[in-house]
Design a protein around this ligand. Structure first.
Ligand code: SAH
Ligand code: SF4
Length: 426
């Protein structure tokens, strides 16, 4: 989501006639921050601090801090105080103003702090994007979140759910294909609740169905799904549409019903496993990925065992694993915290468990031929190779010329290493 937002920021800056800079000596620097976990926030603060020197050497440079971090209670002014050399602090709700504010700052050197706290800011359409992710185009279908999982800061910093008009999404989709993008990833904090706020009965399954009708050689992916809202129709449409990838990201967070309740997730492990069974019944080859958290308040050893058990049962093709990080203003931050060394031990055990599964599932690809969308060139030890992903989301490296980037290739898998596959073009 943030990467895509940065594409929007870059597009708006380019409209001013600015060009991309490849080093730290830029005239305009925008930090697009994230505050989902403490380490993301600390990283942003460290990076911003580094630019004090740039401002000293080039006082005309404009430095802006935007994104989720600015939207936390009182953070806008606190940031300006901590980093007086920052010229612009801009919230997530009015990010479309970045171009105007930078233009004004370049001309007048006036400082700006603009944080809109409206939980339902209007959607601004027609903004330019400077797409940076090769042959994949990200398309936001909705903004914000209504779920208030007790650990999560997103609803506070991104406001309530707002779905884009289907016409605007379909139009952007058509333009992306016309421009030659081979893969489109639909984005939302909970794509399954797309349309609920519009009240016209047109939901995510309808949108997927409409997008699947486009002819051509391209792929559709989407994320993130919420297990409580994942419906059978979506599973059926993914299974029946050759251009929608058999790859579903279904974050479970924890395998313990007690912890899921405390997290306010609104599903049980049995509900979740029933959804997995439905996906596997329709798409035995579906790559299923997840997000997992350890060290949530009140997590006991038996709860953690339940998480390990889910991981073994589902056999995720990959998982994003996190240590719970208390976020100011969220309900879980005031619950009793699990000691750091306990969380550290659990995350290591969880990663080891998942890595063994990832490796085993990767090994099963060896000998098979898979259709890979060639995404990029990678250089290792002076040797150039190509890389891309299978429909299920596995990364594959293979030999070939640069002209293959942006095309689909059939690759015979010859070797696997952890989550990576290696092969040759057939
Ligand atoms: N809307 C998505 C997730 C967005 S955040 C969803 O519900 O699945 C991405 C992931 O970050 C979450 O799935 C969760 O695993 C993790 N996360 C969110 N808040 C966190 C916190 N306070 N500490 C640790 N991990 C967190
Ligand atoms: Fe955060 Fe939960 Fe919303 Fe995901 S669904 S963004 S985890 S509150």
């Amino acid at each position: 989501m943030n990467v895509h937002e940065s594409e929007k920021i870059a597009g708006l800056l380019m409209q001013l006639g600015l060009e991309e800079s490849t080093d730290d000596t830029a005239d305009v620097v925008v930090f697009n921050t994230c505050c989902i976990r403490d380490n993301a926030e600390r990283k942003a603060i460290g990076q911003i601090g580094r630019f004090k020197q740039l401002k000293r050497e080039n006082p005309d440079a404009v430095i802006a801090v935007v994104g989720c971090m600015t939207q936390q209670d009182g953070a806008g002014l606190a940031l300006r105080k901590k980093f007086p050399f920052v010229d612009i602090v801009l919230g997530t709700a009015n990010l479309d103003k970045i171009g105007d504010l930078v233009a004004d700052c370049l001309a007048t050197h006036k400082k700006h702090v603009e944080i809109d706290t409206d939980p339902k800011p209007p959607i601004v359409e027609g903004l330019p994007y400077y797409r940076t992710s090769g042959c994949n185009a990200w398309i936001n279908i909705m903004y914000g979140c209504n779920n208030f999982c007790t650990y999560c800061v997103v609803p506070y910093v991104r406001g309530r759910e707002r779905s884009r008009r289907k016409e605007d999404i379909i139009d952007e989709f058509r333009r992306a294909l016309d421009q030659g993008y081979k893969e489109v990833t639909l984005l939302g904090q909970n794509v399954n609740s797309y349309g609920n706020d519009r009240g016209d009965g047109y939901g995510f399954a309808d949108l997927l169905q409409d997008l699947a009708k486009f002819d051509g050689d391209h792929r559709i992916r989407f994320m993130t799904n919420h297990p409580k809202d994942m419906d059978d129709r979506v599973i059926d449409i993914v299974a029946d549409s050759p251009n929608i990838c058999n790859n579903i990201h279904l974050p479970i967070q924890s395998g313990s019903d007690k912890i899921l309740r405390l997290m306010n997730r609104h599903y049980t492990r049995d509900d979740y496993l029933a959804t997995i069974d439905k996906i596997r019944a329709k798409m035995p080859d579906c790559g299923i990925t997840t997000d997992l958290m350890v060290g949530f308040p009140y997590e006991e050893e038996s709860d953690f065992e339940d998480t390990l058990d889910i991981v073994r049962r589902v056999q995720y093709s990959n998982a994003f694993t996190f240590v719970y990080s208390p976020r100011r203003g969220t309900p879980a931050a005031t619950m009793p915290q699990v000691p750091e060394e306990v969380s550290r031990r659990r995350i290591m055990a969880l990663i080891a468990e998942q890595n063994a599964i990832t490796r085993k599932l990767s090994d099963a690809y060896v000998g098979g031929v898979y259709r890979v969308l060639c995404e990029d060139i990678v250089e290792k030890n002076g040797k150039k190779q190509l890389c891309g992903r299978t429909e299920s989301g596995r990364m594959v490296t293979f030999d070939g010329g640069e002209e293959l980037v942006g095309t689909f290739c059939d690759i015979k898998i010859t070797r696997s290493r952890s989550a990576s596959l290696f092969g040759t073009k057939v």
